[in-house]
Design a protein around this ligand. Structure first.
Ligand SMILES: Cc1ncc(C[n+]2csc(CCOP(=O)(O)OP(=O)(O)O)c2C)c(N)n1
Ligand SMILES: [Mg+2]
Length: 396
């Protein structure tokens, strides 16, 4: 994909495929026969949709970073380098509309999983409006933690860990209504240290809830390294709760897809919950304000190691160098002409997403210019209103 010197981590700027990393990408999928079968059964359109989702996620974040640099917003929380841990799992879910008019499966993203929102069908313009706090944003300008229940997206909860409990509640309702639905949430390595994580895991386990939890282990919580807040291996945790679970390569979108697809099937068979662990790395700061501190938190070699594993670069290489003709959608012999054709298919897809993000940015900025919330609206749609005198003071 096109790289952006003003916004990308330095390791991504002159990104070239590393043979060992690309070989590892394929080996990872082939190691597990069940995951391999799932990946091999993916249609070309699904492979391309995964690529498109990854690019959309990266470009959404770049649009936000541009706004920060331009002073449009003060700060943004990004998922740079962790896109595969969001996009793969979301694509493996059943996103069709059920008979009640809601998405069949549900997700509860955290701020690092903005990609889940757009891949569940939330318009990019609305997501960007959320950051601007416009009156036509999904929360009518109240909060940037946005979701869309109809589209199966619970809004992120600022208190980390609490989304676990809400997701379990949703999964419990699916079970009680005997619906073949699944609820998925992500939780950071740091947030697994909250009490609510363990209470929820235990409840979900004993109730056999159709719930998937992905521990997104990006090796850091704000400015605290994993080795400062964690001992042992996350891969031991599913057994502690007596449930199924496994680790996947959080920078390999196909491994992420296949692991979650299997987890969702287990949940639908009544074998939930499933605890997955995504091994990945945060390629920036906690948010845009502390990128420099993040660089001081870890050795440069660690950034370099994970930089070679850019989930988009590696997947792109896998598609370009493969034997599937992305244009004719047929398996063919590997040739230079095929490589060129496949690269062309991906770059026109990328261009479409660039246009989509540009359009969304313009629409959101237009809302910012013309449609900011009225001060009086702060008292609308709330559980309790302040006395009239206090409200008038607040808006004057
Ligand atoms: C209950 C609670 N405590 C503290 C915070 C402040 N806080 C926000 S994000 C964060 C770190 C989260 O780290 P991790 O769970 O690893 O997720 P990551 O940011 O790495 O994706 C903290 C401590 C909070 N939002 N909620
Ligand atoms: Mg973390």
């Amino acid at each position: 994909m096109i790289r952006y010197p003003a916004f990308d981590p330095p390791e991504y700027l002159d990104w070239k495929p590393d043979t060992e990393v690309v070989d590892d990408f394929t080996r990872t999928i082939e190691t597990d026969s069940l995951r391999n079968t799932i990946v091999r059964s993916l249609e070309p359109a699904q492979l391309l949709a995964l690529y498109e989702g990854l690019v959309r996620n990266r470009l959404h974040d770049i649009a936000l970073k541009r706004w920060v640099k331009q002073g449009v917003i003060s700060k943004a929380w990004l998922g740079t380098g962790e896109e595969a841990a969001t996009i793969g799992p979301v694509h493996s879910l059943d996103r069709s509309v059920a008979s009640d008019g809601l998405s069949t499966d549900f997700v509860a993203p955290m701020i690092r999983n903005a990609g889940a929102c757009h891949e569940m069908g939330m318009p990019l313009a609305d997501m960007l409006r959320g950051y601007l706090g416009t009156a036509d944003s999904p929360t009518r300008g109240r909060d940037l933690h946005i979701g869309d229940f109809k589209r199966g997206v619970l809004a992120p909860i600022s208190q980390v860990g609490d989304a676990m409990a809400v997701t379990a509640g949703l999964a419990l309702s699916f079970k009680l209504k005997r619906e073949a639905r699944v609820a998925l949430t992500w939780i950071g390595d740091g947030s697994t240290k909250s009490g609510v994580f363990h209470e929820t895991m235990n409840l979900a386990a004993v109730q056999r809830l159709p719930m998937i939890v992905i521990i997104q282990n990006n090796k850091v919580a704000l400015g605290t390294r994993l080795d400062q807040h964690h001992r042992g291996s996350f891969s031991d945790w599913p057994a502690c709760y007596g449930i199924e679970g496994s680790t996947f390569d959080g920078n390999n979108v196909l491994d992420a897809y296949a692991a979650t697809k299997l987890a969702a099937a287990a949940c639908r068979e009544g074998k939930g919950p499933v605890l997955l662990i995504a091994d990945t790395f945060r390629m920036g700061g906690h948010a845009t304000h502390d990128e420099r501190e993040a660089r001081a938190t870890f050795d440069a070699q660690l950034f370099s190691y994970w930089g070679k594993r850019d989930p988009i670069g590696v997947y792109e290489t896998f598609l370009i160098e493969g034997t599937l003709d992305l244009e004719s959608k047929r398996g063919v012999k590997r040739t230079d002409a095929l490589r060129e054709r496949n690269a062309g298919v991906l770059s026109s897809l990328e261009q479409r997403v660039i246009d989509e993000v540009d359009q969304a940015t313009l629409q959101a900025l237009e809302s910012g210019r013309t449609n900011m919330p009225r001060a009086e609206s702060a008292a609308e749609g709330v559980y309790a209103e302040a006395p009239v005198e206090a409200a008038s003071i607040a808006v004057s």
